[in-house]
Write a protein that binds this ligand. Structure first.
Ligand code: ZN
Length: 416
């Protein structure tokens, strides 16, 4: 299949103007946005997106989770569409670009193809996934998760916000519950453009991150049991100090994560010692070890080595230990063909690029389970996100959308 011509570009000014126009809906208190999911502001943002899509000649589909699908027809009625999108909802003190860039980047691709009269074999569908942020309704990526079969729709509808309002009721209230069965759509491929939300691209002076993986996560809760005793009157040889054992184990956690540098990380952020009193040697310590890596083998290795090392430590000290896996999700490996389309696009367009691993979760991480998927990242200033001060440059946005355009169009196949 032919690659798109090197001079094929999106309209960076129009993309930027649309970003600024959308940012007027649900303004924050410090220059960013508060357009949380299923609020009146979310409804208003959706209506604006729908109007823009219809002005661009698209038909809008809406499923029972409120996911929006703006379709530009392809030349082959039988061909599965290429999907492109992200989310329009924001954090309560969110930025103007997190998610929004990926949705409006999808729209900008359609506008550009219209301008140039370019037809593709496969239809192109610009998508807005409901409730990516997960602040008002946990968990994050809720509706792409239902789409990919990770959660049931009934369970999602029963999620409650801090005021006890249910997701399903609020979706109805704002008028964005569709009839379409969630997940019934089949995709030829899915692409998501997103700001990095980290500092790597800016620090390395790269225009584009070619996202190859998403970090996996493992949480192991460890309980070490010794014996509470007086800190003054208990001789050193007679102590069963669970706090000390924990300290030694945490040194091992650090060592194990470093042994898989640079992509693996490990720490314990949750720590409790009992009875947590100044003059009592802790008789119990409970802590959760958080290991992350883009490779499942590495996560498994880190979990296993933690258990062996911790058992050695407590055996030598005469204490007891228990392990419980309390959470986690598998690393994501994006589709090689889609990743190559992104990398080739950056190369063809002359943008500097590097392979990158997404440290945050994204809708693409769930959609990758049901369709060939890849992500494009662009830098953000100081790596700052989930903050009203989140900032990107117009050039970065345009570069990201250009790469998205080329990857999508190559996958959707130009017919004339
Ligand atoms: Zn996001």
């Amino acid at each position: 299949m032919a690659a798109p011509a090197q001079n094929l570009r999106i309209n960076g000014d129009r993309l930027w103007d649309s970003l600024m126009e959308m940012a007027k809906i649900g303004p924050g208190v410090a220059g960013g946005n508060n357009r949380q999911t299923l609020t009146d502001e979310d409804a208003e943002g959706r209506a604006l997106f729908q109007k823009w899509c219809e002005d661009a000649g698209c038909s809008m589909g809406l499923d029972q989770m409120g996911n929006m699908f703006a379709r530009r027809e392809g030349a082959d009625a039988e061909a599965l569409p290429v999907y492109v999108g992200s989310h329009l909802d924001t954090q309560p003190t969110g930025g103007k670009y997190d998610g929004v860039l990926g949705v409006l980047g999808g729209l900008e691709i359609i506008r550009t193809l219209n301008d140039l009269g370019i037809k593709t074999k496969h239809p192109i569908v610009a998508t807005n996934w409901t409730n990516e942020e997960g602040t008002r309704y946990a968990p994050a990526m809720l509706s792409s998760g239902v789409f990919a079969g990770m959660h049931t729709q009934d369970w999602a509808y029963d999620r409650e916000d801090a005021e006890g309002k249910k997701f399903g009721d609020e979706l109805n209230r704002i008028g964005w519950r569709g009839d379409e069965e969630v997940g019934a759509r089949k995709m030829h491929a899915f692409f998501e453009l997103h700001i990095e939300q980290g500092p790597i691209l800016e620090a390395e002076g790269k225009d584009i991150g070619v996202v190859t993986h998403g970090q996996g996560l493992s949480w192991t809760q460890v309980t070490v049991t010794g014996k509470d005793a007086h800190t003054g009157s208990t001789p050193m040889p007679m102590r069963k100090n669970a706090g000390l054992a924990m300290a030694r184990i945490l040194e091992k956690v650090d060592e194990i994560a470093w042994s898989h540098a640079p992509h693996a990380v490990g720490a314990a952020g949750h720590i409790d010692v009992y009875p947590n009193s100044r003059n009592v040697i802790p008789g119990k310590a409970v802590f959760t070890v958080d290991f992350r890596s883009p490779e499942l083998d590495v996560i498994t290795d880190m979990e296993n080595r933690l258990r062996v090392a911790a058992e050695d430590i407590v055996n030598e000290m005469g204490l007891q230990i228990e392990f419980e896996k309390v959470g986690g999700f598998d690393p994501v490996k994006f589709d090689e063909g889609c990743v190559a389309a992104v990398r080739d696009a950056a190369e063809r367009l002359g943008y500097s690029h590097t392979d990158i691993i997404s440290g945050a979760g994204h809708d693409a991480c769930w959609i990758n389970r049901v369709a060939p998927t890849a992500m494009v990242m662009c830098p953000c200033v100081d790596g700052l996100s989930h903050n009203e001060a989140e900032e990107i440059s117009k050039d970065w946005a345009a570069a990201g959308a250009d790469v998205l355009l080329h990857a999508v169009v190559e996958t959707a196949e130009i017919v004339e």
